[in-house]
Design a binder for this molecule. Structure first.
Ligand SMILES: [Zn+2]
Length: 162
């Protein structure tokens, strides 16, 4: 899970079973986003639940499947938001990230798309794309917060190695 995931290069039909499993796992937990490395598949693939893509929390989109996603623009303005993660159980912490982004991805039909997002969608996309590079939200905390969490983070690191 700490590795940089590989680009998806196979025919997209082959991903459909994995994508279904990922949605099921995500909705079961429940979570609002899941990256393939979290289920042991080191590929650049992410699923996201329907969430708002604006600051007002009103414009709820559809569920998204992001193949080989990349963030192409980040706002300079950063905002705090409390994050949790299925791979970091029992810890939620406030993380500062850019408020808005633009991102590009290939959908399951093979169409390359671009999307503007603020609000929860911007947050989820940034969190999930971090997973593709082996980065967890706790890596983005301040040194002081990491110190406070050090015991718990060490347990997680030990668990990841075993
Ligand atoms: Zn996560």
């Amino acid at each position: 899970m700490r590795l940089k995931a590989a680009a998806v290069e196979e025919p997209l039909e082959l991903l459909k079973g994995l994508v279904d499993d990922m949605f099921e796992t995500m909705f079961d937990e429940p979570g609002i986003g899941l990256a393939a490395p979290q289920v042991g598949v080191s590929k650049r693939l992410v699923v996201i639940a329907p969430v708002a893509d604006d600051d007002e929390g009103e414009n709820i989109g559809a569920r998204l499947v992001l193949v080989n996603p990349e963030i192409t623009w980040f706002s300079e303005e950063r905002v705090p938001y409390e994050e949790g993660c299925l791979s970091v159980p029992e810890i939620t912490e406030v993380v500062e990230r850019p408020r808005a982004i633009q991102f590009a991805y290939t959908d399951l039909d093979g169409v390359r798309r671009e999307h503007d997002a603020a609000g929860l969608l911007a947050r989820v996309v940034q969190h999930e794309l971090d997973h593709l590079d082996g980065v967890l939200f706790v890596d983005r905390l301040s040194l002081i917060k990491k110190q406070l969490l050090r015991k718990r983070l060490k347990q997680l690191a030990d668990a990841a190695r075993s």
